[in-house]
Design a protein around this ligand. Structure first.
Ligand SMILES: *[C@@H]1O[C@H](CO)[C@@H](O)[C@H](O)[C@H]1NC(C)=O
Ligand SMILES: *[C@@H]1O[C@H](CO)[C@@H](O)[C@H](O)[C@H]1NC(C)=O
Ligand SMILES: *[C@@H]1O[C@H](CO)[C@@H](O)[C@H](O)[C@H]1NC(C)=O
Ligand SMILES: *[C@@H]1O[C@H](CO)[C@@H](O)[C@H](O)[C@H]1NC(C)=O
Length: 487
């Protein structure tokens, strides 16, 4: 090594910083090479005692492939399941069919108006969105479905059974998943005027009765258990008999269980917001990148759009104000009027409108969130919010942390009293600013979609992967001595 330095020395002036960098890199590589040569056996034969050290050395070796070319080629890259599941493994309860499969078998009878069998077909993705032919690239058509917004429970169940960190041994699990379709089960009772509070709570009560017999539930008081709830949190929080919904979340048995839910109560630690299912279900990383370039290159003809219907029953409805501003915008705003049922489960008009607009208005609906937020962003349109609870306090890990990097926030009171005009606010953004925000939205598309294939997307993490990583990280944090499990 000394001789090597002696050879190199005349080549560089050490006042030159580039020479220093070069020298440092070379030095590290030489050190690494020497280091590796002194541990040949621990690398070349399968060795399970020090997997992490071996993994580190292997990574380093690959990065230094120039120096160690022949070496890294002869080393098999074996990553074991354990390496990938550093945050722990998930056990999936094998619940009685009453809690999931029977609900699907009953799809004819899940809401008071019509059959839901089409909506729940294709493992919950719904019918193929053939109506998008001619609007989106032909080779992406197989990735689009008319997916219902309330099918989260089916999507998660299907995916988690195939998760790389699923374990069949409860004693080795860090997390326990309860595949109970509580949202689908309560759906019809929410709307039938003949249903009782008992009807609304039946499924949830049965589930808790079953769960409270389980040894691992008893052991943790539910802290390491989680469930998906495919409807908004307010559908499960009935406090008084005459109120709306089921009282599932208020039941003591559910107290310590983490709930992955499409709209959370921002003040409840156990509610974790996850994206609403939308129509785009890519099956490969090329589906994802093709779609990203499609929405990036799209020529957008309107400044903004409004998809929705005013609630005429409410006085001074904010949506009516927005709808009027949209109508008065001299062609800068496009409207898809969803009065009636024409927007249920998506129509091509919605996708096309988002694809054609720079911004989309996202006022609160009956609740704070709407599926439309995700329909909009997946189409590469920039969301405009009027309530902080619509997205910023909802979808941590799935949306960028900095609201201004991907969205516009307009004070609704200023719109109501006439000081803010939406069109003027949006026109004040330069082309460059719009492009930058759109790029942020596009970057986050993978985190907002649910893959088509039940093994996920090779090489890309989707919303489901982020959700499960989040759960495992949270349960790991709960094991830290400084974490206090409150009552
Ligand atoms: C339920 O609704 C139907 C139709 O809307 C109505 O005819 C019926 O009287 C209602 N029943 C109750 C118990 O309110
Ligand atoms: C998705 O891709 C996987 C592998 O890339 C393939 O095995 C599978 O059949 C595809 N699934 C669908 C529904 O296209
Ligand atoms: C309108 O509302 C905004 C936001 O609440 C407030 O700052 C502003 O003073 C109001 N203007 C008028 C004229 O009332
Ligand atoms: C929830 O967890 C707390 C703290 O571990 C425990 O005291 C309480 O009994 C648990 N609640 C239920 C319903 O299990």
């Amino acid at each position: 090594m000394n001789s090597l330095i002696a050879i190199l020395r005349p080549l560089f002036s050490f006042q030159n910083p580039r020479a220093w960098i070069l020298f440092t890199v070379l030095f590290i590589q030489i050190l690494l090479f020497i280091n590796l040569r002194s541990f040949p056996t621990s690398i070349s034969r399968p060795h399970h005692q020090f997997p992490s050290r071996r993994a580190v050395i292997q990574t380093a070796a690959t990065q230094n492939a120039m120096v160690l070319d022949s070496y890294s080629k002869s080393t098999p890259t074996t990553t074991t399941n354990d390496d990938q599941c550093a945050s722990g493994k998930v056990f999936v309860y094998d619940l009685p069919k009453f809690f999931n499969q029977e609900i699907l078998d009953n799809c004819d009878n899940l809401n008071p108006w019509s059959s839901r069998c089409d909506a729940l077909s294709n493992d919950g993705l719904g019918q193929s969105a053939t109506g998008l032919a001619g609007i989106i690239p032909k080779n992406l058509l197989p990735a689009w479905y008319w997916t219902d917004q309330f099918v989260l429970e089916i999507i998660f169940h299907k995916r988690i059974l195939n998760h790389k960190c699923r374990t069949l041994e409860p004693e080795s699990a860090a997390a326990f998943y309860i595949p109970s379709y509580v949202g689908l089960a309560v759906g019809k009772y929410l709307w039938m005027n003949t249903s009782t509070t008992k009807d609304c709570d039946h499924h949830c009560e049965m589930m808790l009765t079953w769960l409270q017999e389980q040894p691992y539930y008893k052991k943790s008081n539910g802290w390491d258990h989680f469930i998906t709830m495919g409807r908004i949190t307010w559908d499960f929080r009935r406090a008084k008999d005459e109120d709306w919904g089921s009282s599932c979340i208020n039941k003591p048995g559910l107290r310590n269980i983490t709930r992955l839910i499409i709209e959370r109560n921002p003040w409840d630690y156990f509610d974790v917001g996850v994206p609403y299912p939308t129509g785009f279900h890519p099956n490969s990383s090329s589906d994802v990148t093709l779609w990203q370039s499609f929405v990036r290159d799209r020529r957008r003809t309107s400044l903004f759009c409004f998809v929705g219907a005013p609630r005429r029953a409410f006085k001074n409805d904010f949506r009516a104000i927005l709808l009027n501003q949209c109508r008065d915008s001299d062609g800068s705003c496009r409207i898809v009027d969803c009065a009636g049922s024409q927007c249920a489960d998506g129509t091509s008009a919605i996708t096309e409108t988002f694809l054609d607009s720079d911004f989309c208005l996202q006022p609160r609906g009956d609740s704070f969130t709407r599926r439309s937020i995700f329909d909009c962003m997946i189409a590469g349109s920039i969301p405009v919010f009027f309530w902080r609870r619509t997205a910023y306090l909802q979808y941590q890990n799935f949306l960028p942390n900095e609201p201004r990097s991907y969205s516009v926030y307009i004070d609704r009171n200023a719109v109501i009293n006439g000081t803010s005009v939406v069109k003027a606010v949006l026109e004040s953004y330069t082309k460059e600013e719009v492009k930058k925000m759109r790029e942020k939205v596009i970057e986050y598309i993978p985190r907002m979609v649910y893959a088509k294939y039940n093994k996920g997307i090779e090489g890309i993490k989707d919303a489901f992967d982020y959700a499960i990583d989040g759960v495992l990280t949270r349960f790991k944090e709960q094991l830290q001595p400084e974490f206090h499990k409150w009552k």
